[in-house]
Write a protein that binds this ligand. Structure first.
Ligand SMILES: *Cc1c(COP(=O)(O)O)cnc(C)c1O
Length: 431
């Protein structure tokens, strides 16, 4: 009855690997091509001018702002740029510390360091998101902001994070790079804090290959963001300053160039139209696979959640009894041709050697040379839950093109591997 696992020489459930990590990139088609061509025919590739400007970037910004029910959205060159622009808008810099979760992509602490501030790491829990109970531990009066990261399609516990931030008067940046369209209690992620930072890089939910955006309700922050991303300029005031808003225009300062191209804007306009289809497809198959597995494999554990409805369903994450089981699961699933992986090498981000050792591109490892009252110390063991949970958590992407057959094969493979390796028996024996 039990089938021989592919890893033990049996026949794999699937002939070919289930498509991996792409989402919006998988549904790029004639629509994006036509819209980009329109920009090219108009020879107006810059958002601010050109002989026949198509206003692709600004139209995209308007659509996103309207749907997210937030007044200001600014298109940018990347998610990393979005984090840097957000920190700069808030005036975070040398001598400041910024709270960053242990489980995130390098870009999150990287953006903090780019702004001459230093990250302090807060632990995570079984949701893979930051653990609000650990926030107090890292707090001191040199901490000037929090970046919360909604990792892999799922919101953080905003009902617990926002009161902490308010208590210490800390601005909140939400890193929504992996969770465009996810929500918490019916409100879109990226609209809770002072600024939401989005990425449209190739692996993200909607994409222009590279790209990003920030969203904010605060006109003053928005103006600073616009200025920082456009060499200090605040062009097109008519577009930004609405009549009767009563908002004054702030001061100029030195900026950089993080302007989104019209080609990226054109692609984003079409990806925007496809977002609901992408998300509802992933959600449908995520639910189907998860509930089939829960029914067939009593005792199976998944990643925790603070809002199941708001989850994008872009990955299904399994929590294993121990790291050895997790490793066996990944190897056996890959042999069955179902793509399964560990997040970021199953380690918290601060274990990356250049972050752990405070290696920057600057002299004297600036900005870590700042004479903090309470200097940051990084070491293994710093966030014990992240170090314990990440090696036990395995992830399986759900594609926006998944078919019924693929979903059935994924379910079959997971059941085959859990039973074949006796993963749940071991867990029950130990419990
Ligand atoms: C991808 C990502 C970023 C950076 O986005 P880019 O567009 O690649 O610069 C930032 N934070 C997280 C959590 C990400 O996954």
């Amino acid at each position: 009855m039990e089938k021989k696992l592919a890893i033990h020489g049996g026949t794999p459930v699937r002939k070919e690997l289930v498509p991996g990590m792409l989402r919006g990139a998988l549904v790029v088609g004639a629509e994006e091509e036509a819209r980009v061509s329109q920009v090219m025919r108009a020879a107006s590739m810059n958002r601010y001018y050109g002989p026949d400007n198509q206003a692709a970037v600004s139209t995209f910004e308007d659509r996103m702002a309207e749907a997210f029910r937030i007044p200001f959205v600014l298109g940018l060159t990347s998610g990393t740029a979005a984090l840097v622009v957000a920190l700069k808008a808030l005036g975070i810099g040398y001598g400041d510390k910024v709270i960053v979760p242990a489980n995130t992509f390098t870009a999150t602490p990287g953006a903090v360091i780019c702004c001459n501030a230093v990250p302090v790491y807060v632990d995570m829990d079984e949701t893979l998101n930051l653990d609000p109970a650990d926030l107090e531990r890292v707090m001191d009066d040199e901490v000037k902001a929090i970046i919360v990261v909604h990792i892999n399609g799922q919101s953080c516990d905003m009902d617990r994070i926002m009161p902490f931030a308010r208590k210490y008067n800390l601005p909140v940046i939400e890193d929504v790079a992996q969770s465009f369209g996810a929500s918490y209690k019916g409100q879109f992620c990226g609209t809770f804090g002072e600024i939401g930072a989005f990425s449209f890089q190739m692996q993200k939910i909607v994409t222009s290959g590279e790209g990003g955006a920030i969203a904010t309700r605060d006109f003053r922050l928005f103006e600073r963001a616009v200025r920082y991303h456009d060499q200090g300029s605040f062009r097109d005031k008519g577009r930004y300053v609405t009549e009767g808003s009563g908002l004054s225009v702030g001061e100029a300062f030195v900026g950089q160039n993080f302007r989104m191209t019209e080609m990226a804007g054109a692609v984003m306009l079409e990806q925007w139209e496809k977002r609901d289809a992408i998300i509802s497809h992933m959600r449908k198959y995520h639910r189907r696979i998860k509930s089939a597995l829960a029914a067939e494999l009593p005792g199976i554990k998944f990643r925790g959640t603070v809002d199941e409805q708001g989850d994008l369903g872009c990955i299904l994450a399994f929590l294993h009894d121990d790291a050895a089981n997790a490793k066996q699961f990944v190897d056996a699933m890959m042999a069955e041709n179902v793509f399964t992986y560990f997040m970021y090498g199953a380690k918290p981000i601060y274990m990356t050697p250049f972050l752990l050792n405070k290696q920057t591109a600057e002299k004297n490892n600036f900005p870590f040379d700042y004479p903090f009252k309470n200097p940051v110390e990084y070491a293994p063991g710093m966030c014990p839950n992240a170090e314990r949970i990440l090696p036990r958590m395995t992830l399986m992407p759900i594609s926006p093109l998944m078919t019924d057959t693929e979903a059935d094969e994924v379910i079959e493979a997971v059941i085959k591997v859990y039973r074949g390796l006796g993963l749940l028996e071991k867990a029950t024996a130990r419990a």
